[in-house]
Design a protein around this ligand. Structure first.
Ligand code: AMP
Length: 207
């Protein structure tokens, strides 16, 4: 199955993708993770996108589209994939349509206030790429999965979160209508626990 996860930053796309890949046995393709890997390894691309990412802006479409096109052409994507964080603009969605035929786009709908709370309490582990929330951590500095040191992502600071949400409204939100018109949109209410939202996704996928 070829799936897209849509939703504002902090809506739970990454968490849901992690659960779905185990269930469906298809890879998660997260453009954010791909860019963060380049940043960490200080590749030329990483250096190019560093400032863009830290300020919460979007990486230019042509760079992002090329990366996704190459990634989806790899063998492990033959039986399907879950796109997490791509497309994020109409231009990206139109480009994707030229080289892939996705089955469904799942929109995880979460209230703005909940999102700001979630993102400001989010902690990231650069060692294992895990994402956690302070409210569930015994120690807000130590990764419960691998013992690595947790950090606050540069783009999770309050000012950047507001910027990212504004960019979401202007650039990414129109994708909901785009996929609705294609008859591919499935919407789930994401204002609930991880397990509840996951259950809702599984049930809309069965319909
Ligand atoms: P994420 O982890 O999905 O929130 O992505 C982190 C950052 O990576 C974003 O704030 C953007 O700077 C960049 N990024 C990820 N996916 C895309 C995309 N599809 N288009 C442009 N920039 C992206």
């Amino acid at each position: 199955m070829k799936l897209i996860l849509l939703g504002a930053p902090g809506s739970g796309k990454g968490t849901m993708a992690q659960k779905l890949i185990t269930n469906l046995e298809i890879p998660q393709i997260s453009t954010g993770d791909i860019f963060r890997k380049h940043l960490k390894e200080e590749t030329p691309l990483g250096l190019k996108v560093k400032e863009i990412m830290a300020s919460g802006q979007l990486v230019p479409d042509e760079i992002t589209i090329e990366i996704v096109k190459d990634r989806l052409a790899q063998d492990d994507c033959k039986n399907g994939y879950i796109l997490d964080g791509f497309p994020r603009s109409i231009v990206q969605a139109q480009a994707l349509d030229t080289f892939q035929d996705v089955d469904k786009a799942i929109n995880i709908d979460v209230d703005k206030e909940t999102i700001v709370k979630r993102l400001s309490g989010r902690r990231f582990c650069p060692t294992c790429n895990g994402t956690f929330h302070v409210s569930t951590l015994e120690n807000s500095e130590v990764c419960p999965a691998c013992g690595g040191k947790l950090i606050v992502r540069a783009d999770d600071s309050e000012a950047t979160v507001r910027n990212r949400l504004e960019i979401y409204d202007q650039t990414t939100f129109p994708l909901i209508e785009y996929y609705e018109k294609q008859g591919k949109l499935l919407t789930v209410d994401g204002n609930a626990s991880v397990e509840e939202v996951y259950g809702r996704i599984l049930s809309v996928l069965k319909q």
